[in-house]
Write a protein that binds this ligand. Structure first.
Ligand code: G4P
Length: 527
């Protein structure tokens, strides 16, 4: 692909993730997106809880048994001329690092909030990672077809709890049974849930005074006049619309609607593809050097490795976010870490209900590479003459720890193999006690342990004993400052996978006590 075509193709890419608390409506809104893009014909295809059918995002058996989505999946669809790459984040209350890392591969996030509940814990955690990256965040206040909380309260809570400015792009006229529609400032129109004229005129323009002209029944309702007043108030007292602040992730545009009935979803998506950024330049480890998406040499990084997605083919797939250039089936790339040349064959792209071979993909797209052990999380691949390395993906400080050992000492080998593989995939973090070298695994969510145990048994035939150590506060210390005598039962000294010393503190009290005793020692966290 020449540079001109590449530029056009990249400008049409929108790569994003949906963040939300479980049950806020992420799956339902994904379905609407797939419906509008023509990728599916019927709702209920993504997660057919009732029919017992599972879409490809529920790959692992453990997920099917529990009816949850543990691993993140990727879908590419065409929406209104845009190539949308939607990276799924697990819809479970339990976190995994996988969820966080997924957010490293996207250019924007859509935050779905249940208007009956407001900001919930998981949304807050995911939001913080988006904030740290400075990516734009679009808010969809969902479930307006039900009676929920006052829109003003919801927006105020959003601003307060998440410490971000909000700008309402539209305003609901009523809710629940009395949901008349949206008073849409951005598009200068009213969108009706129940069109009055011959059933097809659901958009009515606003005049200069911001009102709908003509005789309509809904105008007689106090709900309409109230919405007008609130809209006025928002315009006068609220934040200004500021495209740059949106792009920097400092202002979130807020949309109201109902994913279930599909009302307001298209209005939201249309604005989203307009405002959400196309792929942009990414920094490399070389100071001051960045890679532009329109550079013709291919570069990309691996943000996720997933083994055995399909039990019939015992495969392992490395997910690559393409940062620049064009991918073509059969091309040779180099892995920066190992300097090894690899031919990319049999590359996969993920659709709503199938996988298909990719022949071409460009910056912004996400492709899956069949992996036979060549890749690690955070690896850079490139085709140019000069080696490129993107910064390592952030590691997240685990909060939960378990001691782990193989049940059958005769099966040490498969235990070690499985452990090495799962650590390489980033499924779990591995530590050892400083002196006795006992294995300790760390996670940010309980479910990571269950998946670890399940996979060791099912994929490596290794049964393990796990003994919970509970919540710990992990703090790193430099070798120079370390004195092994500092270790006690309240701050167990361990080493991480690179051999760096780390203390596992019992609680914040223990951290404070330690800092009081050794005021000159620096303790560090990951993210
Ligand atoms: P999630 O992926 O964020 O976990 O949420 P999901 O879309 O699965 O939605 C959770 C529940 O909320 C589902 O109901 C879904 O139908 C409902 N829901 C989603 N959006 C809306 C909305 O706009 N209005 C209303 N009233 N409900 C909505 P469920 O009964 O738990 O699941 P199901 O058995 O219907 O699949």
């Amino acid at each position: 692909m020449n540079r001109m075509n590449l530029k056009q193709a990249v400008a049409k890419r929108r790569t994003f993730a949906i963040i939300s608390h479980p049950d806020a409506g992420k799956t339902t809104i994904t379905e609407q997106l797939l419906l509008y893009s023509g990728a599916i014909r019927q709702a209920g295809t993504v997660k057919g809880k009732k029919s017992g059918k599972f879409a490809k995002s529920d790959w692992m058996k453990i997920e099917q048994q529990r009816g949850i989505s543990v691993t993140s999946s990727v879908m590419q669809v065409d929406y209104d001329g845009y190539q949308i790459n939607l990276v799924d984040t697990p819809g479970h209350e339990d976190f995994s690092e996988d969820t966080y890392r997924t957010l490293m591969a996207v250019d924007a996030a859509v935050m779905v909030i249940d208007s009956g509940k407001g900001i919930e814990p998981q949304t807050k955690k995911l939001f913080q990672v988006c904030r740290m990256r400075g990516i734009p965040i679009f808010t969809f206040m969902n479930k307006l077809d039900r009676d929920g909380r006052e829109p003003m309260d919801l927006v105020a809570e959003l601003e307060e709890v998440l410490a971000i400015d909000a700008y309402a792009m539209n305003w609901p006229m009523g809710m629940g049974k009395q949901f008349l529609g949206l008073y849409d400032f951005y598009n200068n129109r009213v969108e009706l849930t129940h069109p009055e004229e011959n059933g097809d005129n659901d958009f009515l323009p606003l005049n200069e005074a911001g009102e709908v002209e003509g005789d309509y029944k809904f105008k007689e309702s106090s709900i309409y006049t109230e919405a007008l007043e609130n809209a006025e108030l928002m315009r006068e007292a609220g934040n200004d619309f500021d495209k740059e602040a949106i792009a920097a992730g400092e202002l979130t545009p807020v949309f109201f609607g109902s994913a279930l009935t599909g009302f307001g979803v298209q209005t939201f998506l249309d604005a989203f593809v307009d405002f959400a950024p196309a792929p942009s330049a990414v920094d490399t480890v070389d100071e001051g050097e960045e890679v532009e998406p329109t550079d013709t040499e291919l570069t990309g990084f691996i943000f996720k490795i997933q083994a055995n997605m399909d039990p019939r083919h015992r495969d392992r797939i490395a997910f690559v976010r393409i940062v620049s250039g064009t991918f073509e089936e059969g091309m040779d790339v180099k892995v920066t870490r190992t300097d090894k040349k690899i031919k990319l064959n049999n590359t996969t792209r993920f659709m709503a209900d199938s996988r298909e071979n990719v022949e071409k993909a460009v910056a912004g797209d996400i492709i899956g590479l069949y992996d036979t052990g060549n890749f690690q999380i955070g690896d850079t691949i490139y085709t140019g003459k000069k080696a490129v390395a993107f910064p390592p993906l952030p590691q997240f400080t685990p909060e939960l720890f378990m001691k782990v050992s193989p049940k059958n000492v005769m099966k040490q080998k498969s235990f070690h193999k499985g452990m090495q593989q799962l650590v390489q995939e980033g499924a779990i973090q591995l530590y050892r006690t400083w002196h006795s070298e006992e294995y300790i695994i760390g996670a940010v969510g309980q479910l990571q342990f269950e998946v670890f145990q399940y996979r060791l048994l099912n994929e490596y035939n290794s049964e393990v004993d796990m003994s919970p150590m509970g919540n710990k506060i992990a703090r790193w210390i430099s070798e120079e400052e370390l004195d092994p005598k500092m270790s006690s039962s309240r701050n167990l000294l361990c080493k991480d996978i690179h051999g760096n010393p780390v203390f596992l503190f019992e609680n914040t009290f223990a951290v404070n006590w330690f800092q009081g005793k050794y005021p000159d020692v620096h303790l560090e966290t990951l993210l």
